[in-house]
Design a protein around this ligand. Structure first.
Ligand SMILES: Cc1ncc(COP(=O)(O)O)c(C=O)c1O
Length: 362
């Protein structure tokens, strides 16, 4: 205990690289209250199981789905893995009839690395296709990559490195024509996209499943991801029997799960959906645009922030000096600086960051 008492969790004021943030105070309280509950066994832990149903219903409201199926996962990684898992199992069941279980998944190179984990574990082939000049999935390449063995097409709504939204409707059409399911990864973007004009949701296209994480822009405590599905068959394709529990089946990847994430997600969404999240989106989008223009004014190449995420070219020496100055910053695969304007990122912290940037460049 002494070892823990001596330490405090890291402050967020210099964290510009993370897609997590400080939980809303009400969400924090709810998480502590439900720390000892396990929604993995809903018959035994009935209160948290009810809360989980309410969480899924609210996520359905946010993403334009009236009767959502799904659950609160440990994060976007689990939600993506389970989307691939369900698509593979559904394709397997269909393939059994015609003797073909050789499946592939098509996704842009901008897809989160959790999809690589998913395809490796599940033994399906991942076909990545290039993005266009604006970092969005290239539709011709998606079209060329799908075939009769494609089980799932994945589009990203709020990409990890550049905050881009793939052409979800057109990708869904391509998936449908190929007889494949369509999954949207809105793990990061899902709580800001409702306030934009993007087409990304269940209401905008006949997508089959979605990842949307309360523990990112939703301001819930970790672990709170979300897997949503339009059809019961998607969740049923994941279910296994659970003989020794009070409940008889489980569709989650993990067994015992944290009720803290579930309760925290419900509390955060009660507090913030929709006005609080709208306000947060406006403030962080304004912060991102402000930072982008300040960087451009210093002669730095910036990728236009279409969601609250700024990417810019910085020399390795400048980047390293800023990390030395204790800024928590990260790079894209191409080496660009990436600043995620999460709710804890204030104009004051961005000004302090720019002051350090000017100092290390002079
Ligand atoms: C688009 C996207 N999908 C999935 C994930 C994985 O989420 P998690 O780290 O919660 O598993 C991330 C993480 O940042 C992400 O940006």
């Amino acid at each position: 205990m002494q070892r823990v008492r001596e330490r405090r969790p890291q402050e967020f004021d210099r964290v510009l690289s993370s897609m997590c943030t400080e939980p809303h105070p009400r969400a924090h309280e709810a998480a502590v209250d439900f720390l000892a509950t396990n929604p993995g066994d809903p018959e035994t832990y009935q209160t948290v199981a009810e809360l989980e149903e309410e969480a899924v219903a609210t996520l359905g409201e946010i993403t334009g789905l009236d009767d959502p199926y799904g659950y609160i996962a440990s994060g976007g990684t689990e939600a993506n893995i389970q989307a691939v898992h369900a698509a593979r199992n559904r394709a397997d069941a269909a393939g059994d009839a015609i003797g073909n279980n050789d499946h592939n998944i098509v996704a842009p190179t901008s897809v989160h690395f959790s999809v690589t984990k998913a395809t490796e574990m599940l033994g399906v082939d991942l076909r990545t296709v290039p993005v266009d000049d604006d970092y969005r999935a290239d539709l011709d390449a998606v079209q060329a990559a799908v075939d009769d063995d494609t089980a799932l097409v994945i589009g990203v709504a709020g990409s990890t490195e550049y905050g881009r939204v793939d052409p979800i409707s057109a990708m869904t059409d391509i998936a449908r024509d190929a007889g494949a399911l369509m999954h949207v990864d809105a793990s990061w973007g899902g709580f800001v996209l409702p306030f934009t004009d993007y087409e990304w949701s269940f209401a905008d296209a006949s997508i089959d499943s979605m990842a949307i994480d309360p523990h990112k822009f939703g301001q819930a405590p970790v672990p709170a991801g979300g897997l949503l599905a339009r059809e019961r068959a998607t969740v049923d394709a994941l279910a296994v029997e659970t003989p020794y529990l009070e409940s008889t089946s489980q569709a989650t990847l993990t067994g015992t799960r944290s009720g803290a994430g579930v309760a925290g997600a419900v509390a955060a969404m009660d507090e913030l959906w929709a006005a609080g999240y709208r306000q947060q989106y406006r403030e962080q989008q304004a912060n991102a645009e402000w930072l982008a223009s300040e960087l451009a004014a210093r002669g730095i190449d910036v990728v236009e922030p279409t969601l609250p995420l700024v990417s810019a070219s910085l020399s390795p020496a400048t980047f390293d000096a800023l990390r030395e100055a204790d800024w928590r910053i990260a790079r894209t695969a191409d080496g660009d600086l990436r600043v995620v304007c999460m709710p804890h990122v204030t104009r004051a912290s961005l000004k302090a960051f720019l002051a350090d940037l000017d100092r290390v460049r002079s």
